[in-house]
Design a protein around this ligand. Structure first.
Ligand SMILES: [Fe+2]
Length: 202
């Protein structure tokens, strides 16, 4: 896998420090990329050796398959999270998504408020996604990279609420961090993702 660079200047965010982003992106996210590669390599070696006997209590195959979803989701979720940062928080850059928020939650402000509360209720990830089965925007929380996600959903807004995302900047004040997330939110990018996703029906 490839470690993708940040698409914005980490010194320029308002309320999320360059120090936090340096650890979050260049250490933690890059670490998931490296581990995803390592697990993929080990799985190939295991398959080549023929020693792939699976056991659901413990087997090397089970341990690697579990690590695989943790590492790969760790990579993808962080990429979606960093993708929607670096903006100016101006909602007028997302007219269609604003309309969808208004239809679902009454207004964009109410939708953001609800999303923020979902973030407060999560121990890891809070995700607004296009649910390709339901054919509508749905909000899902996950307490770990490989827990809580719903298959068939295309993430549009991904918020990392692990403590590593805010503890250096805000201590335990998660609410202040979530407010900073919206201040730096790139609504144009979210709009782009929404327009691509909303036609997908599976
Ligand atoms: Fe993170």
């Amino acid at each position: 896998m490839e470690t993708k660079p940040l698409t914005f200047d980490s010194e320029k965010l308002d309320g999320i420090s360059a120090k936090t982003l340096a650890v979050h992106h260049y250490k933690l996210y890059a670490g998931y990329v490296a581990k995803a590669d390592e697990v993929t390599k080990k799985l190939k070696e295991l398959a080549a050796s023929g020693a792939t006997a699976g056991n659901a209590t413990y087997s090397e195959l089970r341990a690697l398959k579990d690590a695989e979803t943790f590492a790969v989701n760790g990579v993808y979720l962080h990429e979606w999270y960093f993708d929607v940062l670096g903006g100016d928080g101006a909602t007028d850059k997302a007219p269609e998504l604003s309309r969808a928020f208004a239809e679902k939650w009454g207004s964009i402000e109410n939708g953001v408020k609800y999303f923020s509360e979902c973030g407060m209720a999560s121990r890891g990830w809070s995700v607004l996604a296009w649910d390709t089965k339901a054919g509508e925007l749905k909000h899902y929380n996950g307490d770990a990279h490989n827990q809580g996600g719903v298959w068939g959903c295309l993430p549009i807004i991904v918020l990392d609420v692990y403590e590593h995302a805010y503890f250096m900047d805000y201590g335990s004040d998660k609410k202040a961090y979530i407010e900073a997330f919206w201040k730096n939110f790139n609504w144009a990018k979210a709009e782009e993702l929404y327009l691509k996703a909303r036609d997908v029906k599976l």
